[in-house]
Design a protein around this ligand. Structure first.
Ligand code: R5P
Length: 333
């Protein structure tokens, strides 16, 4: 009796949701390939029809979808992501990797008050149930989110490309500023990378008034900023309350120049007017979320692409390589 032996050839496919197809297209270009075709459109009642138009059996399927941005709201984007994973798993893909350049609900990472839901955990659980065998995110709001997924969850970082973009603007003695306690570790990492400029760190004591959402007060600055250039670093800018309050307080405390960089430009509500009327001279963000023409038209915004980073991660995962290698030893956890 002869054995049944099959020597597999591993094949990868990339599908995109509707939230940021431009970014997915750039990623495919970096990898010298094309996005695979799918149907992903709403029925009249708002439900979403999802069908992959190529066979995925036995393949590594990468599904790129940011959770919001552009014309797609966060909850629709997540539903699309889940349906795409389900279609790939149901089509017998060998691996289904959900790539979320911006991972939604990431700020709901713990039960901060009685009877509060933990959205980040639920999102991980539902992506798993939909068939995702792995997740890739970028600059997660908190790294503990990785532990909510039962499987590999790689957290990439845009820190090196953000720094590279802002570098020509930086002066000797720049102060890297964390706009709240959550970013202290990130600010310390940037300071270390900017030690050649004699960088130091400062922190903002931020508070959110009780029983409010999307309201921010920058109470105090811990550190020496008078007569110095300041670089505020954050993971995301949502309503821009945090970053504009921080920038205005730094200017009031004598900072000579205020620059900011953040990975995810959520830019909801009246973020544009807050940013343009703030003390921020320049803001560098990435394209993890698609921006509207009026957001892109802001005088002080500059966008750098994470396409190369995502393409690098796809390549490493597909070839059983190393994600850490992409960041030259910089802590990307
Ligand atoms: C908070 O912990 C985050 O790191 C951001 O600073 C915050 O979510 C930004 O939100 P907003 O722009 O609405 O203040």
């Amino acid at each position: 009796m002869s054995e049944l032996i099959h020597t597999p050839v591993r094949k990868a496919q990339i599908f995109s949701g509707n939230a940021n197809p431009e970014l997915a297209q750039l990623v495919a270009q970096e990898l010298d390939t094309e996005l695979s075709p799918r149907i992903l459109e709403p029925f009249s009642d708002g439900e979403i029809k999802c069908q992959l138009l190529d066979t995925v059996r036995g393949n590594y399927v990468f599904i790129i979808q940011s959770h919001g941005g552009g014309q797609v709201d966060v909850n629709t984007a997540i539903a699309e992501h889940q349906l795409l994973c389900d279609a790939a798993a149901g089509g017998s893909a060998a691996k289904v990797i959900a790539i979320a350049p911006y991972f939604g609900y990431s700020r709901q990472d713990r039960k901060a008050a009685g009877r509060e839901s933990v959205g980040a955990k639920l999102l991980c659980t539902t992506l798993k149930a939909a068939g995702a065998t792995g997740i890739v995110g970028i600059d997660l709001h908190s790294t503990q989110t990785q532990e909510f997924f039962d499987g590999p969850f790689d957290n990439l970082t845009a820190a090196p490309i953000l720094r590279q973009a802002i570098m020509p603007e930086l002066e000797e003695g720049v102060v890297v500023v964390s706009p709240d306690a959550g970013r202290n570790k990130a600010a310390a990492r940037h300071r270390k990378e900017l030690s050649g400029l004699g960088a130091s760190v400062a922190y903002i004591d931020k508070s959110r008034p009780t029983d409010t959402i999307n309201q921010v007060e920058a109470l105090d600055v811990v550190g020496d900023v008078e007569g110095r250039q300041c670089l505020i670093v954050d993971d995301m800018i949502d309503t821009a309350g945090t970053i504009s309050a921080a920038a205005n307080l730094l200017a009031a405390r004598g900072a000579t120049d205020v620059l900011t960089m953040a990975t995810h430009p959520v830019l909801s509500g009246n973020a544009i007017s807050k940013l343009t009327s703030s003390a921020i001279r320049q803001l560098v963000v990435t394209d993890t979320l698609a921006l509207s023409p009026d957001q892109l038209a802001m005088d002080n915004i500059r966008v750098v692409s994470v396409a190369k980073i995502i393409a690098g991660a796809i390549d490493e995962i597909f070839r059983d390589g190393s994600i850490s290698k992409l960041f030259n030893g910089e802590d990307h956890s």
